[in-house]
Design a protein around this ligand. Structure first.
Ligand SMILES: Cc1ncc(COP(=O)(O)O)c(C=O)c1O
Length: 415
């Protein structure tokens, strides 16, 4: 499948002008792709669900300019936040945090107070979290995160449900969690479940939705409560590999709405469906523009970039695959290379054993699908300042985060 930003990367004149203006490495986001992703999701949900709500997962990319743009496309957009910082940036971008959900895990009372003050929906990861919340005051609505006993993600590191997952309340304890909350006087409830990231298989989402509905109905009937919303989390994958296909939202949400509304025969009074997408909104809308710094023929052939694991952590963290192209004409493959960066760790790989055309120092390279869990996971290892971020809209571009300086890194150290 041709990548949606493939033609942009072929535009050597524009890419060279971005590199000359902002330097490399830099994250580049395409506004038009972001808009397309949000509208496609919203349109499809509106066709299959009477009531729904999108909470963008801020962890995937927390740039406030991007959040602001998302809000202008979906005016009632909420956010899925997992820290006070993510709530803070949502508010900074103009998002009404009453529309947001806070899902912590091992949240401190300080974290919970912050989320309560900002009137987020509080989604708790455990009964012990409820006990901590009780110490500071209970809201009138609450949800718990269900771990249905299974999960699936593109790597074990992003599988968030199942026996090995640190997240959520096991199925056999979920009723007692709600019972405790009800007995404490809480009157309004939601249910949340997020079992993994990067899924491209409709059947998996069908399995998850069926499990959520099974437990939702059981909780409702045993405790005589009605859920206001059911959140199935995020996890909608994108085709990182060229041979993979995108999810077809229309067929997916059609199947999911059938399972959803079969469980709630009174369609009008059924809860709202909430989703918390991150990767599917911003993942393929962002890429890293990086320069070839050095070439080395050792036991392996290396292409050294100015973007390593400090700029893009996913390959080193999970063995994640990102398509890489030469800017302009890609040309024909001439050998097998490892792409690495300037970091003093042998895990510093952006790609391994990759067939690629020959390159020379100074050539521009684009690492695709870096919009989600790219900048937000970048770090300062080796005391390297983090890159800049640029928003592109047609031929116009805007710096949305300046490149960090070495001084910025030490701004908190008063020596
Ligand atoms: C609770 C929760 N919601 C939403 C997401 C977003 O997932 P994705 O980026 O795969 O859509 C995550 C990711 O881990 C999550 O833990």
């Amino acid at each position: 499948m041709n990548h949606p930003l493939r033609n942009l990367i072929r535009n050597k004149e524009l890419m060279t002008s971005l590199a000359n203006t902002y330097g490399t490495p830099t994250y580049v986001y395409d506004y038009l792709r972001l808009k397309h992703n949000l509208n496609a999701l919203d349109k499809s949900l509106s066709q299959h669900f009477n009531k729904y709500h999108i909470c963008y997962a801020v962890k995937s990319n927390s740039n406030p300019h991007l959040l602001k743009n998302m809000l202008s496309i979906i005016p009632n957009l909420g956010t899925d936040c997992s820290s006070p910082g993510e709530i803070f940036v949502s508010e900074k971008a103009g998002i009404n945090t009453k529309h947001s959900i806070y899902t912590g895990n091992y949240e401190s009372t300080k974290d919970l107070s912050f989320a309560l003050d900002k009137q987020c929906y509080i989604n708790l990861d455990d009964i012990s979290s409820f006990n901590r919340l009780k110490q500071i005051g209970l809201p009138d609505r609450i949800s718990f995160r269900l771990n249905p006993g299974f999960g699936k993600g593109s790597f074990s590191g992003i599988t968030t449900g199942g026996k090995n997952a640190k997240f959520g309340i096991p199925a056999e304890k979920i009723i007692s969690a709600y019972k405790k909350a009800k007995n404490a006087g809480i009157a309004h409830f939601g249910l949340q479940c997020m079992t993994g990231s990067g899924n491209l298989d409709d059947n998996y989402f069908v399995e998850v939705m069926s499990a959520i509905m099974y437990h939702a109905k059981k909780i409702e009937s045993e405790l005589n409560i009605n859920f206001q919303f059911i959140s199935m989390g995020g996890g909608f994958g994108i085709p990182y590999y060229g041979h993979e296909s995108t999810l077809n939202y229309n067929s997916l949400f059609k199947k999911l709405s059938k399972i959803f509304y079969d469980a709630f025969s009174d369609k009008k009074n059924a809860p709202a469906l909430w989703i918390e997408p991150g990767k599917s909104i911003i993942g393929d809308a962002g890429f890293i523009l990086t320069s070839v710094v050095g070439l080395k023929k050792s036991y392996k052939n290396f292409i050294g970039l100015d973007a390593g694991m400090e700029t893009l952590m996913r390959p080193a963290l999970y063995g994640a695959f990102h398509q890489i192209f030469k800017v302009g004409d890609h040309g024909k493959n001439s050998g097998t290379f490892d792409f690495t960066g300037p970091i003093c760790e042998n895990t510093d790989r952006v790609a391994v054993n990759r067939e690629f055309p020959s390159v020379k120092e100074g050539d521009l390279i684009a690492i695709l699908d870096a919009g989600a869990y790219g900048y937000s996971m970048s770090h300062n290892f080796n005391t390297r300042p983090r890159s800049s971020e640029i928003l592109l809209n047609g031929n116009s571009h805007q710096l949305i985060r300046r490149r960090e300086t070495i001084n910025d890194i030490f701004s908190g150290c008063d020596v």
